[in-house]
Design a protein around this ligand. Structure first.
Ligand SMILES: Nc1ncnc2c1ncn2[C@@H]1O[C@H](COP(=O)(O)OP(=O)(O)OP(=O)(O)O)[C@@H](O)[C@H]1O
Length: 858
């Protein structure tokens, strides 16, 4: 895990709003969009002390003082503790003002806390990945919107964000209203339900498709239910010892571990101790279309309201049995007691916590933490691990300590941190930068070192404009191929790691090296790369993904060999010349930012030409079939000669060019020509692309093609992402023998023995088509719908690709050539098989058994 300022490559990063104590959610519609609402607008003061305590900023010493209310006798019971905590919470704003007056003296005016009701949207879909914070104008937010507030709580259900309560420091008022914001239209609506009392510094998290659970600093667990005709808030009776009235704690959801059965629906029994909303007795499951809850709530840190009562415990609220349990730390290593840290769930059983304020008991000061912790929950055990230490590596930037910031997960491998309050800094106490925590290791030290070396080189050598441009092009290619860029998962290519390794060493490295260094060494980047091998093994896929990586400044040119050949004398050569002499222009955005309109950069930027069916050009005279003789043969001769002379560097090229030739008929290439093609400077690098031979190779292709459906929760597996369609339907499919995603990938890799990459991709498509057909209902009632399912219950949005869909698709393709890549019609094949077969399922099982035997024998 490492921290970086978002975006990493742009020095002119536009910073976001200066804010803390706000709420922020990721749009479920587009992971590149975040919505940020409210918070403290001014940088100088925040009320963070929680119940009975307040904090002011201090420029004189390097830590902020905490002013506590006089110690009270320890509450005797849980109930008393809750009541005490609630009472103190009300005093918070008063003590904050008083304390800050003491701190700032009578003459000096303490800085005012101003809450805002600004709604911001953060979009990252711009081509250069630069962030774009936009304030949504109030008039576009609907007829009415929430008033300014801090410390509200928010959570999303579907495409709606729900906002609960909050506090307005201007008039010392907390709120009990609930608002919904449509993340599609950006319009607010006041909810019909209300919180039972005014509340702020509470937390909220969605626990199912229709329910949000809230934990207040009075120690109450409230449930918002959106699935009823009139939405309703209910106070739950909860068993076990939970956190005692925590203020400014942090929370996130985590998949529930306890099992639910259809008839084990005991929530009604413990129903509500009180219900708030228009219709008091509506908290009933009857006819509510209730889906099974699938998230528990985790609570971290916070203040109990007693003197110095910061909590270091974490608790889990089981939202099925409605009981609290304290997480037991696996080791001594865990975060200290913290107030207002930021936390986000990564799905599955992990979450990440950043920042918060740690209390220094001796002088009762506290300082903001800049630590990042990864928590893995195993039942009630908590395994804490400190991550991204020093930002994730030497030379990495990392966010300064802060509290009341927002940490939002956009994917399980990327989180966004924004805002927050750093009380030890008197001026820039809010950070306006948007920070990104990503799982991929970035070697910041190395990047920084290389950048410095390049800058020095340009300075020392007093490079000309064109040399500097060439250096920048190399720089950009170096960046494009660094980190995990050459990993199969990043390129969407499976099982070809050895090929990627070779391309990286022989093609990318010289292109990415400083041109001056190449000159010193007397070498030039390779001009030609030939991929050969059977059909459907990923040659085209590789060429286009690598081409785009190696040509960041201009589009690549893709041309098929036969397209170049022309029956008119001279036209073929002309076609070829056009490819080399008229490369596509560099992208507009690069031209725009250049003082010379991009002329120097245009001359230096690499042009990648992908020549498919390369054998058509270099075929031996006898091996080409019809049309290979006569005029076409002559045309080929002169085209090849021209190509060779373009590539061997005798004639200077308009721009540096890399030709990637592709052929699945290398044996048709004239041996004499082949030798000529091999000569240095021409197609120096020739790599055979074979079908995946090992289980590991096929597994990685399977992963490439199923990752999207797994991440989106459309794949029937035992471990689907929480809250997804697959998770919802898991309960119904319990009796089926379902594998985890990893197990399924292994299984498919075994069954796909002998398949090409294209065939494996085809199987995924075919399996998805089967699932789609089933959901659309076109085939409802016929035997494509599994016997185990109730066909009438399908809706398009329940669409789930089952493991059986894969097995049937494999079976269909097994009947054909193993390396066939024309599997688009596998669905049709399925239909034919389905209608003509009898006892198909048992046949399939037998086949699978025999494959397993075959493949597992030593
Ligand atoms: N190694 C692989 N990893 C992931 N997907 C693959 C792989 N090989 C093939 N595919 C899938 O098969 C499709 C077709 O492959 P591609 O066109 O690259 O094969 P090819 O080797 O160029 O075939 P041909 O020689 O017939 O042109 C790809 O778009 C991709 O979806």
């Amino acid at each position: 895990w490492s921290w970086s300022i978002s975006p990493t490559n742009n020095d002119n990063a536009i910073s976001g709003p200066r804010v803390s104590g706000h709420t922020c959610v990721a749009s479920p519609i587009d992971k590149n969009e975040l919505f940020l609402f409210g918070g403290v607008a001014e940088p100088t003061l925040d009320v963070t002390g929680g119940a009975g305590a307040s904090v002011t900023s201090s420029s004189s010493n390097n830590s902020a003082k905490i002013f506590s209310s006089p110690s009270k006798p320890k509450p005797q019971s849980l109930k008393e503790a809750h009541a005490e905590s609630a009472r103190l919470a009300v005093l918070t704003s008063a003590s904050a003002t008083k304390a800050s007056q003491q701190q700032w003296g009578q003459t000096e005016q303490p800085p005012q806390i101003t809450a805002t009701n600004n709604l911001w949207i953060y979009k990252r879909d711009k081509p250069d990945n630069s962030p774009d914070w936009q304030l949504i104008p109030p008039k576009l937010q609907g007829v009415s919107r929430p008033s300014p507030r801090i410390h509200a709580a928010s959570a999303t259900l579907g495409h709606m964000m729900f906002l609960f309560g909050g506090y307005d420091p201007k008039n010392g008022k907390s709120f009990s209203d609930i608002w919904t914001l449509s993340l599609k239209t950006n319009k607010w609506t006041l909810c019909q339900a209300w919180l039972p009392y005014e509340v702020s510094k509470h937390v909220a998290c969605a626990i199912s498709d229709t329910k949000i659970v809230l934990y207040t600093d009075r120690g109450d667990v409230l449930v918002y239910d959106d699935d009823l005709p009139t939405p309703l808030i209910t106070t739950m009776d909860v068993d076990g010892e939970g956190p005692v009235g925590l203020s400014l704690c942090a929370s996130c959801g985590i998949p529930r571990t306890t099992t639910t059965t259809d008839d084990d629906d005991d929530d009604d029994d413990r129903s509500s101790s009180s219900a708030f909303g228009r219709v008091d007795d509506r908290y009933s499951r009857n006819g509510g279309g209730e889906k099974h809850q699938d998230q528990d709530m985790l609570i971290f840190g916070g203040s109990t309201g007693e003197n110095e009562g910061f909590s270091s415990e974490s608790f889990r609220l089981d939202t099925k049995s409605w009981s609290w349990s304290k997480l037991v730390p696996k080791s001594q290593k865990r975060p200290p007691p913290l107030q207002a840290p930021s936390v986000a769930s990564l799905g599955k059983n992990q979450c990440i916590m950043f920042g918060g304020a740690a209390l220094n008991k001796r002088d009762r000061s506290f300082s903001p933490s800049d630590e990042t912790w990864l928590l893995t929950v195993d039942g009630n055990e908590a395994n804490w691990e400190q991550i991204a230490v020093q930002g994730g590596g030497e030379g990495a930037a990392s966010p300064v300590g802060r509290l009341s910031a927002s940490l939002t997960a956009t994917t399980p491998e990327e989180l966004i941190l924004h805002g927050g309050y750093n009380p030890t800094s008197s001026k820039q106490s809010h950070d306006t930068q948007t920070w990104m925590l990503t799982k991929h290791p970035i070697d910041h030290a190395k990047i920084a070192r290389e950048k410095r070396a390049r800058e020095q080189l340009i300075k020392d050598e007093q490079l000309t404009e064109s040399e500097a441009a060439a250096s920048r092009v190399a720089d950009m290619i170096a960046q494009a191929g660094s980190g995990i860029a050459f990993e199969g998962t990043s390129l969407g290519v499976g099982g070809l790691d050895h090929v990627l390794e070779e391309v990286k060493t022989r093609i990318w490295t010289p292109l990415a090296a400083p041109p001056k260094l190449l000159k010193d060494l007397g070498i030039q980047p390779t001009r030609g790369l030939l991929f050969y091998g059977g059909p459907g093994c990923g040659k085209t896929l590789l060429a286009s993904t690598l081409g785009n990586m190696l040509s960041p400044f201009r589009p690549i040119t893709v041309v098929a060999g036969p397209e170049i050949l022309d029956k008119f004398v001279g036209s073929s050569e002309q076609n070829l010349r056009a490819i080399f002499d008229s490369p596509p222009d560099i992208y507009e955005e690069y031209k725009r930012n250049e003082t010379d309109g991009g002329v120097a950069l245009g001359r230096a930027a690499v042009h990648v030409v992908v020549m498919d069916e390369f054998d058509a050009l270099a075929r031996s005279r006898g091996g080409g079939g019809a049309g290979s003789q006569g005029d076409a043969g002559v045309a080929r001769d002169s085209v090849v000669n021209q190509l060779l002379s373009k590539m061997d560097g005798v004639q200077p090229l308009v721009v540096p060019t890399l030709v990637i030739g592709l052929t699945n008929k290398r044996d048709l290439i004239d041996p004499g020509r082949f030798l000529a093609l091999l000569r240095p400077g021409r197609f120096e690098v020739q790599i055979e692309i074979t079908p995946p031979k090992t289980i590991a190779q096929r597994r990685s292709i399977v992963m490439v093609h199923t990752k999207q459906m797994f991440d989106a929760g459309r794949l029937q597996v035992k471990d689907p992402p929480p809250g997804s369609a697959a998770a919802d339907q898991l309960e119904n499919a319990k009796h089926l023998d379902i594998l985890t995603y990893d197990e399924l990938a292994d299984q498919l890799a075994i069954y796909c023995d002998g398949f090409s990459g294209a065939a494996i991709a085809g199987i995924t498509r075919a399996a998805a088509s089967r699932a789609l057909a089933r959901s659309v209902g076109r085939l409802s009632g016929d035997d494509l719908v599994s016997e185990d399912d109730d066909a009438s219950s399908y809706s398009i949005m329940d669409c789930l690709v089952t493991q059986d869909d894969f097995y049937q698709a494999i079976n269909a393709i097994r009947g054909r050539s193993k390396t066939s890549d024309s599997v688009d019609d596998v669905e049709g094949e399925n239909d034919r098989q389905e209608s003509s077969r009898g006892g198909f399922r048992s046949q399939l099982r037998q086949r699978i058994r025999s494959w397993t035997k075959k493949t597992s024998s030593p």
